[in-house]
Design a protein around this ligand. Sequence first.
Ligand code: GDP
Length: 191
Amino acid sequence: GPPRSRSCCYEEPPALPPSASGPFTVVLLGDDGVGKTALASIFAGAADSMQCDCEQYGGETVEQHMVVDGESATVTLLDMWDSQNGDSCPQSGDAFIIVYSITDRASFQKASELRVQLRQEREPNQTPIILVGNKCDLVRRREVSVNEGRTCAMVFDCKFIETSAAMQHNVWPLFEGIVRQLRLRRDSAEA
Ligand code: GDP
């Protein structure tokens, strides 16, 4: 369901119940034009969203309080990756969302490169990654099949979901899925 409250990253986070988890930092990666900003603005909420440019990240940061499976979580979403600034991935992030457009095969190949890069730079199996095929509403312009996306995710050992930011389809399940994966990792670290 929709989040209960939102705040700008410059504000003090509100007091959360003891069961609260996070804040988790989630980074959006992907080629230009695949829909990262569109996904981030849905995450931020509709017209009253409070997004702000955080200079330390050089990109847009949105903090959101979500309730997933009855437990609250604070997620900071970074839409910061700029392919013009070279190919290096951000080092900081508790989880990564790698987005491609199902209408753009080159963006799918870029997603694979990003996945390889993340694996090289980070411990395997430590950081949750979700591969996202966005723009699934554009059925007649599809260049990447669902099976290709799913197979790629299997090879790269990450989750997979197709979304449409335009139709607001599967966008919240994507963010809820990230929170569940982060909790699994947290719980196994505590065990
Ligand atoms: P970014 O460069 O990855 O941040 O991509 P944007 O969020 O700026 O989106 C690029 C263009 O694709 C914009 O014109 C969006 O309106 C459009 N777009 C984004 N997501 C979708 C989607 O799910 N479906 C459709 N049809 N268009 C989308």
